[in-house]
Write a protein that binds this ligand. Structure first.
Ligand code: GLV
Ligand code: MN
Ligand code: MN
Length: 396
């Protein structure tokens, strides 16, 4: 798709495949510069808010705006569409609306939220969470990447002032309605045979850091019976994650990152960190899965002579998108289907504060957070037209 093609050389991850673009790293800064130039070329006035989110205003900024956009960062080794499709489509929708001779009757902005995936600092939707006051600024600024660089340091290097980070009621007041277009991350639209749909809900979901501590020692000199090996306990935790999620209908739980410390082939680790991502239909089910995993982790650690700690790093309850807005946008689009999603979004954070909706574009592979994520050009074009239609109806 035009626009996305401009980005295909930025943040290419030759080792993992796909793209690695994380909050305030070189690739993400390059993408932010690309967005700023594209918006300015359209005569939009670009500003960066206190929390690192970019806003491009069509006309004068003001309260109660119609806002659309998404994010430009990715997961490690992610696909080309998750995030950028929503940003590129937002700019393309402005072009379509102008081509129709339309001028917004109220303030109108395209937004790019910072560090949506949490791929660098661990907490997803960091920019929107900070803006909405859904995370303590001091706690956020202390978050650090795998190299030990804190969010505060990364923001400072990007020319932002960490002292200004935190709940931004002025920015929130400026959003009258938020619409995020996103590639679908499952097979809902493929199975229905339609290119575009609207979102109905997002699963409750959170992230937990699990640290198993044992005794670092020599891989050759330490008898099997003498070991307190945290990797063995961690392996039991991984199995418990799958078992516990399978026991609760609709639940999903994942260990996508596991780090042995110090991490040497001939070293029994002294500790292992792993991160649990758990999701389910509601709070009770999600909490039940996590409680089951915590109990299994305790007993696996005890059996191995290890100690385990489990810390919640972020959590969000089920989001049900504004049903009136959802139905009205589906109506504007001729009655497109409404689909739930298991993926988190900035729209999910904002939904607690302002009327919020999402449009999904069909993904023929059904795969996301991986290089095989895809959308056909024709479906992307249908997404842009749909976005322009709903924005026109909202901003008239
Ligand atoms: C973000 O895409 C998430 O669902 O974690
Ligand atoms: Mn994602
Ligand atoms: Mn996304």
């Amino acid at each position: 798709m035009t626009g996305l093609a401009d980005l295909e050389d930025i943040g290419v991850d030759a080792r993992r495949g796909g793209f690695s673009r994380h909050g305030y790293d070189l690739a993400e800064l390059e993408l932010r510069a690309w967005f700023t130039a594209e918006a300015q070329a359209r005569g939009l006035a670009v500003e960066c808010d206190r929390n690192g989110n970019l806003w491009a205003w069509w006309g004068a900024p003001g309260d109660g705006a119609v806002v659309t956009g998404s994010h430009l960062d990715s997961v490690p080794g992610g696909g080309a569409f998750d995030g950028p499709l929503g940003v590129v489509s937002a700019l393309a929708a402005v072009d379509v609306l102008r081509g129709r001779g339309f001028t917004p009757g109220k303030p109108f902005a395209v937004v790019v939220f910072a560090e949506e995936e949490g791929g660098r600092f661990g907490v997803a939707c960091l920019g929107s969470r900070l803006l909405a006051g859904a995370i303590e600024p001091a706690a956020a600024l202390r978050l650090s990447d795998p190299d030990g660089v804190t969010l505060a340091e990364a923001m400072r290097s990007a020319g932002l002032d960490p002292a200004r980070v935190g709940r931004d009621p002025e920015a929130l007041k400026r959003i009258g309605t938020f619409v995020e277009l996103h590639v679908e991350q499952g097979r809902g639209l493929v199975d229905l045979g339609v290119p575009v749909g609207v979102a109905s809900s997002i699963l409750a979901h959170g992230r937990w850091r699990v640290t198993v501590s044992g005794e670092g020692n020599h891989a050759g000199a330490t008898l099997m019976v003498d070991r307190r090996d945290p990797m063995v306990a961690a392996a039991q935790v991984v199995l418990a994650v799958r078992r516990s999620a399978l026991a609760v209908e609709g639940a999903r739980a994942t260990v996508g990152r596991l780090v042995p410390n110090p991490g040497g082939t001939n070293v029994i680790p002294s500790s292992v960190d792993l991160w649990l991502d758990a999701r389910a239909d509601d709070d009770a089910r999600t909490r039940a899965v996590v409680a089951e995993i915590a109990a299994a982790a305790e007993s696996a650690a005890a059996e191995e002579g290890c100690v385990v700690t489990m810390t919640e790093e972020s959590y969000g309850d089920t989001v049900v998108f504004d049903p009136v807005l959802r139905d009205s946008l589906a109506g504007v689009l001729g009655g497109v289907p409404a689909l739930p999603t298991g993926a988190g979004h900035d729209a999910g954070i904002l939904a607690a504060h302002v009327p919020t909706a999402m449009l999904f574009v069909r993904n023929p592979t059904g795969i996301s957070h991986a290089p095989a994520e895809f959308a056909e050009d024709a479906d992307c074009a249908a997404g842009v037209t749909a976005l322009a239609d709903v924005l026109e109806s909202l901003a008239r």
